[in-house]
Design a protein around this ligand. Structure first.
Ligand code: LMR
Length: 398
């Protein structure tokens, strides 16, 4: 039977990680996967995480099963972090949350949940979107279509085309929107655009699915959630998938959450049993470690303050490199306009260079970026930024 299997292409993002690891060039630069690195090029464990892990070691008194919804304390913290502690959807008991193995696990659970609610639902994603969104939803058996989002010419949003596309989407379909730090383009909706998005969602009756993998990496923890909070204020139902990979630096612990917002608490009760039965049929229960770390941090005012500070450091370092890239490119004599880099948010920027140039950067300079020209800015530091700017200048000139 296995002889019938056909080869499949390597994942465009994770494949790059492996290629980078194997590259013997000491000057190699990893701008591929969305993982934060410090000035030394290291992905360190946050101090707040270390302390929360030590607490766990001292306090944990049982390894019994955790239950399908996972850690209930973690779930409550995640709801407050995303919606804000006093949000009406929480006060009205309209939200149910399950902790999941990573943000990807949250998306897969959401996809199976959507199929239960409407097996014919189409899920609409931005053009472009995170490389794994489409294959993940298709693997779950959902139809996937795209709506206009990024404008490759102006390096901004295709605002009017996007709203025209959204205005055609019927009730019963699901529209995926990135909460902040759009992956891969870095171009986010502003608040006025969130308001327009919300008005169309209300009018058409489709269900928004907000993917929030980078809360705190854009403008700040509160600012990055402002759009989804407004949306949740106005629509009857929505889904939120969030991840603690980036903002808590817990990548390999695989910790995220899926929250279902229903029109009222009666529907929420039915949504919850469906959500839990989806979880039971896939992995039964999530692993506890990452959730307990996050919960320990968010239950302690000192650890929360430390985490806020560490998150701000990561955000500020990335943001400082946005202007630095523009300045270094100019210093290398690059005349094309790269000022858009400063208008983008989060871990990523779309450089807008072509496939041949991306390939040359990899083969001649060992500089790795995703084939869409997405660069993970956190991979840059003072030791490699000049090398990077010179290499880009070389491939742009030739
Ligand atoms: C990315 O987009 O680089 C990250 O979300 C990592 C991943 O799993 O693709």
């Amino acid at each position: 039977m296995f002889a019938q299997l056909k080869p499949v292409a390597t994942d465009p993002i994770l494949g790059l990680m492996a290629a980078y690891r194997e590259d013997p060039n000491p000057q190699k630069v990893d701008l591929g996967v969305g993982v934060y690195k410090d000035e030394q090029g290291h992905t360190a464990v946050l101090k707040s995480v270390k302390e929360a892990e030590a607490l766990r070691l001292n306090q944990e008194d049982s390894k019994t099963y955790i239950g399908m919804a996972g850690d209930l304390g973690f779930n409550s913290h995640m709801e407050k972090l995303a919606f804000g502690a006093a949000h009406q959807v929480l006060l009205a008991n309209r939200v149910t949350t399950a902790h999941t193995p990573g943000g990807t696990g949250a998306l897969r659970v959401a996809a199976e949940f959507i199929k239960r609610a409407n097996p014919n639902a189409t899920i609409w994603v931005t053009t472009p979107t995170w490389a794994n969104h489409i294959s993940l939803f298709e693997a779950a058996g959902l139809k996937v279509k795209e709506y206009a989002y990024y404008d490759y010419q102006t390096k901004g949003l295709q605002v009017e085309q996007m709203f025209a596309d959204l205005a055609q989407i019927p009730a019963g379909d699901v529209v995926l929107v990135h909460a902040c730090c759009h992956n891969p383009s870095g171009m986010d909706l502003n608040f006025e655009q969130w308001q327009r998005f919300t008005a169309i969602a209300q009018e058409r009756g489709f269900t928004p699915l907000v993917d929030m993998a980078y809360q705190g990496f854009g403008l700040g923890l509160e600012e990055d959630a402002a759009g989804l909070r407004y949306l949740a204020d106005h629509v009857a139902e929505m889904i939120l998938c969030s991840s603690c990979s980036k903002n808590f630096g817990l990548y390999r612990e695989r910790i995220g959450a899926v929250s279902i917002v229903s029109a009222n608490s009666q529907i929420m009760d039915i949504a919850r049993v469906n959500l839990l039965s989806v979880v039971r049929s896939i992995y039964s229960m999530p692993p506890a470690h990452g959730a307990i770390i996050v919960s320990n941090i968010l239950s302690s005012s000192e650890l929360t303050a430390l985490w806020h500070q560490e998150l701000a450091e990561m955000r500020d370092r990335i943001n400082s490199y946005r202007q630095l890239i523009i300045d270094k490119f100019a210093a290398e004599g690059i005349t094309q306009d790269f000022s858009f880099i400063a208008r983008q948010h989060g871990m990523f920027s779309f450089l807008g260079i072509n496939k041949a140039q991306i390939e040359r950067l990899k083969s001649e300079f060992s500089i790795y970026m995703v084939g869409s020209s997405r660069v993970s800015i956190a991979g840059l530091n003072h030791s490699n930024i000049d090398y990077f700017a010179k290499a880009v200048a070389t491939v742009l000139k030739d």
